[in-house]
Design a protein around this ligand. Structure first.
Ligand SMILES: NC(=O)c1ccc[n+]([C@@H]2O[C@H](COP(=O)([O-])OP(=O)(O)OC[C@H]3O[C@@H](n4cnc5c(N)ncnc54)[C@H](O)[C@@H]3O)[C@@H](O)[C@H]2O)c1
Length: 429
């Protein structure tokens, strides 16, 4: 890796994701130089400013101010909330920045397509943060497939088990609870999975069908006498897995996210569950996103996929890939896969360390978030030789699959992807 060329970057949105990338860049990318930040939340902005020594005059409250200035860096990291991706992305493209854009690209198909068109026209690289592509687990699976170890992929069973507590935090109480204010869960959460399927299969999706709904986290399941906030004394608190005092105060789950603070105190947490959505009864929120959904997909060449997203489990991704010569089965948390060869009848467990050198794993590519920022720096310095960075057109393909799945779920239809794209392009004319 060359350390001569600097990678100058600006950060738009210094929230959880923005701070995370800033921290990882500090740790793993000596060539990374943060030159400006935009975020009106001064606590968060100050934290990143101090970490990278950004001068006061290069800190802005709003991305409009920063992006009105002439281009000052190679890279713009855009980590604002879902509905605030389109505008900064279009402005940054216009200025000629390469972009690391948080997923989802945008909450509507048309905005997604516009971003891709603008990026292609300007000749800038817009990479969506599909961090799973950088995890040792999926890189290992991709390598096994690319080496032809399982022959042609015939079918995949893929499950994204959201985890019941994570569901309650992010998709019932939290930022991604309502598709009107963020995006449908199949886009917000599962655009990663749609991207992963496309990456592994390497062919276009032809048909999509989906079922699912919000079954449990609604007023129908509210315990009798439950107050609006758990701290108000709920008669069901002792047996409710979603009691906010238990999740946040006792078990200390998701506390930094709920309080917007590093190492929050009991007082901070109590304030969050008394005054913000994170303390609400999960059966009385304004959530509307599905808590379970299945998607059936057909790809060119007849490969079929069944994909499951469900809230009611401990969490984690599971995949079973069935090919003409063998099968791969993996549990993401294990960081290993079981490979079964039909000819030799050998079933072996393969770990990422069996497939990658220590340098490949430790050279910044080991983890998802760290991997993407490290790799993006390599891209800008001309040292990128991998296959993990997602080109914007590829991300748009997988986003459109997620939008089609949502349409299918709502309208009970099977969607032909070619017709869907054409219809949607015609509608925009
Ligand atoms: N790639 C992944 O795996 C992954 C995981 C989680 C979240 N995300 C996505 O990352 C994005 C950010 O999520 P987050 O949890 O960090 O959100 P967040 O709310 O913690 O951070 C967003 C930040 O944007 C700032 N902001 C708001 N308006 C602004 C403006 N006009 N100009 C500049 N800054 C502004 C806010 O003050 C906030 O600090 C979301 O789109 C989310 O869906 C991606």
């Amino acid at each position: 890796m060359s350390t001569e060329k600097k990678v100058r970057a600006i950060l738009i949105g210094a929230g959880n994701r923005g701070t995370n990338y800033a921290t990882l860049a500090k740790e793993s990318c000596p060539e990374f130089e943060l030159v400006a930040i935009a975020d009106g939340n001064h606590v968060r902005r100050d934290y990143v400013q101090q970490m990278h020594g950004v001068p006061d005059e290069a800190c802005y409250d709003d991305f409009h101010e920063l992006l009105a200035k002439p281009r000052m860096a190679d890279l713009a990291i855009i980590a604002t909330q879902d509905k605030l991706h389109f505008e900064p992305a279009m402005m940054a493209i216009e200025q000629g920045y390469h972009i690391m854009l948080e997923k989802p690209v945008a909450p509507t198909p048309w905005e997604c397509v516009q971003i891709a068109e603008a990026a292609n026209k300007k000749g800038v690289f817009v990479c969506v943060c599909h961090v799973l592509r950088f995890s040792p687990f999926f890189r290992m699976i991709k390598k096994l497939i690319d080496e032809g170890r399982i022959g042609d992929i015939v079918q995949i069973m893929f499950a994204e088990r959201v985890g019941n507590a994570h569901m309650s935090h992010s998709y019932v109480r939290g930022n991604w609870r309502n598709s009107e204010t963020s995006s449908p869960i199949i886009l917000a959460k599962n655009c990663h999975d749609m991207d992963m399927l496309q990456w592994l299969i390497g062919k276009k999706c032809t048909k999509v069908q989906s079922f699912g709904e919000l079954t449990f986290f609604n007023r129908e399941h509210m315990p009798e006498g439950a107050p609006e906030f758990c701290v108000q004394g709920c008669p069901a608190a002792d047996s409710c897995p979603y009691d906010a005092r238990r999740i946040y105060l006792q078990d200390r789950m998701f506390t930094e996210h709920a309080t917007n603070k590093k190492n929050p105190t009991d007082e901070d947490i109590l304030r969050a569950i008394t005054e913000t959505n994170y303390g609400r009864c999960v059966f009385q929120c304004d959530n509307n996103v599905a808590d379970h959904q299945v998607v059936n997909l057909e790809y060119e060449g007849g490969t079929t996929v069944s994909f499951n997203m469900c809230a009611f489990n401990t969490g984690g991704r599971h995949i079973r890939i069935m090919g003409t010569k063998g099968e791969i089965v993996g549990e993401m948390g294990d960081d290993s896969v079981r490979f079964f060869d039909f000819y030799t009848r050998d079933a072996v467990r393969i770990k990422s360390s069996d497939m990658f050198t220590e340098e490949e794993l430790d050279g910044g590519h080991g983890g998802g978030d760290r991997g993407i920022i490290r790799t993006f720096c390599d891209y800008i310095t001309g040292n990128y030789h991998g296959n993990s960075l997602t080109p914007i057109d590829t991300s748009i393909e997988s986003h459109l699959i997620a939008f089609a799945a949502e349409e299918s779920r709502l309208n009970h239809t099977v969607i032909d992807m070619k017709e869907y794209k054409q219809r949607f392009l015609d509608e925009q004319k």
